[in-house]
Ligand binder design. Structure first.
Ligand code: PGA
Ligand code: ZN
Length: 481
């Protein structure tokens, strides 16, 4: 099978900004499409996107990528065989010829790499996750969902911390998603009671964006809901601290503080609310913050430290930080590096260093759900796909539900075919995990006995915001137009 046609499109992302989509067609007539996301709180060393720089779309258009694909890429790759991702990506990287992909653009490269990967899976009649697992010799596993409940930072007005997340303990997608649904909607009601209609605002990733609140109020609300849902959950933060760090100081909730004081604040939150993990706790350029992290390297920490802007899905950066064992988890975003081959290399480097892998969307997303197949296929410990709100995020929640339903159906079919024709109804038991089987049926899988704490949550009326002075909600700003 070979590439017959490559068709690039300029489309819009979830913020209404232009982005690139590539549809690749094979000589058998099958086609696959991949569209590229973009970030708002980017790491300094992310690969560079190519954009027009001139009107229309305020210079953010990607017509230049269409030109590159039509005039430089297509003539070279028509007739190129499928199923050779490493070689295909290697040629793209060589054609670009720069370290940061500034020549052809990380968006150009990723759209091509993604469409090629998806088309190769399609030609092999395999789901994308399975094709990825076989390429990487990994065992698929359901990732834990790091679900954004409340947003701030560069994604929403109001709060300085970028993401307040819950991580359901259950790895059954349907149980985890129903937990996220209940927490999201309950927090929304709590926020509406406290702050009125601004609780209906959502940020770029679908996280609630109430005005006039504080971290302690959000964390208190989340911790009060724990134990009342289908699955218990952990609380996680993405500080994205670059976004509130300026001139050597962190400006957070009316305080201007240095790394040591910020770390103290995190410890305080942890002692009150039990924080599971913090992503990018300090700005990547802050030496003092990095020294704090280095001082805790290879030790048990009060909460896991996860790197995003620090490591930017680069094998080189991951190796550099992880030779000192600084991070417990590494965020993986294919568009930070530009090709899937390099993404797989970053994943291997993270795993080899002993860190957990968390695959992530970007704040400017498209309806492409390949990152879900990526996370499941490589057996990532976690995935970030925002809130179950906004179509481009919901698309990814739905892909996870689809994978689960397909695997459950296959499992039932397999159990049924092993059954004696006259025997009792098949009973699903823990199957030996193979690279293609669903995880064992557990108590909190759908259909498992419903526990007493599994009833619909009703804690809205009882919620009392915390009383410490630090936690007092700020007065809601008045509208002055
Ligand atoms: P971004 O943010 O996509 O806006 O860069 C996501 C994150 O920091 O995890
Ligand atoms: Zn982040």
């Amino acid at each position: 099978m070979t590439i017959k046609k490559i068709t690039p499109y300029q489309i819009l992302d979830s913020r209404g900004e232009p982005t690139l989509q590539v549809v690749m067609t094979s000589d058998s007539g099958k086609s696959a499409s991949f569209s590229v996301p973009t970030g708002a709180s980017k790491g300094k060393f992310e690969a560079i996107e190519k954009r027009d720089g001139d009107a229309p779309f305020g210079g953010k258009g990607v017509l230049i990528c269409l030109d590159i694909i039509n005039n430089v890429i297509s003539p070279k790759f028509i007739g190129y065989p499928l199923d050779q991702l490493q070689d295909f990506d290697g040629l793209l990287i060589a054609l670009d010829g720069t370290k940061n992909k500034e020549n052809l653009g990380s968006n150009t490269l990723l759209a091509l790499s993604g469409a090629y990967l998806k088309l190769s899976a399609l030609e092999n009649e395999k789901p994308l996750w399975q094709y990825i697992a076989e390429l990487n010799k990994t065992s698929p596993e359901y990732p834990k969902l790091f679900a954004n409940i409340v947003g701030g930072g560069k994604h929403a007005p109001g709060l300085d911390i970028q993401e307040y997340m819950i991580v359901p303990e259950s790895t059954s997608p349907s149980v985890a998603i129903s937990t996220i649904y209940d927490v999201y909607h309950t927090v929304q009601k709590i926020m509406k009671n406290l702050y009125g209609p601004s609780a209906m605002l959502v940020g770029d990733e679908g996280g609630l964006a109430p005005l006039g609140t504080s971290s302690e109020v959000i964390l208190e609300a989340l911790s009060q809901l724990n134990g009342k849902m289908a699955s218990n959950f952990d609380i996680a933060l993405d500080s994205a601290a670059n976004s509130f760090y300026k001139d050597g100081v962190y400006n957070i909730e009316n305080q201007s503080i240095h790394a040591a004081e910020l770390y103290k604040l995190y410890q305080e939150w942890n002692s009150k609310f039990n924080i599971f993990s913090i992503e990018d706790p300090f700005a990547e350029t802050d030496i003092e913050g990095l020294e704090i992290l280095k001082g805790m390297a290879n030790q048990e920490k009060p909460f896991l430290i996860i790197a995003d802007d620090y490591t930017v899905t680069s094998k080189i950066k991951i190796d550099e930080f992880q030779k000192d064992g600084i991070f417990d988890g590494i965020i993986i975003k294919p568009n930070q590096v530009g090709t899937f081959t390099e993404t797989f290399e970053a994943i291997s480097a993270a795993k080899a260093s002993g860190a957990e892998v968390v695959v992530s969307h970007r704040s400017g997303e498209t309806s492409d759900s390949s990152i879900v197949d990526l996370a499941y296929g490589i057996g990532a410990i976690g995935i970030k796909i925002g809130s179950p709100a906004r179509g481009e995020r919901v698309e990814k929640y739905n892909r996870l539900l689809e994978i689960e339903a397909d695997l459950d159906a296959n499992q039932k079919k397999a159990a049924g075919s092993q059954q004696a024709p006259t025997g009792p109804a098949p009973i699903l038991r823990d199957p030996a995990p193979t690279s293609q089987s669903a995880p064992p049926v557990s108590q909190d899988m759908p259909g498992a006995p419903v526990s007493s704490n599994n009833s619909s949550p009703q804690p809205v009326a009882q919620f009392q915001p915390p009383t410490s002075p630090l936690a007092q909600p700020k007065a809601a700003p008045t509208l002055a137009i």
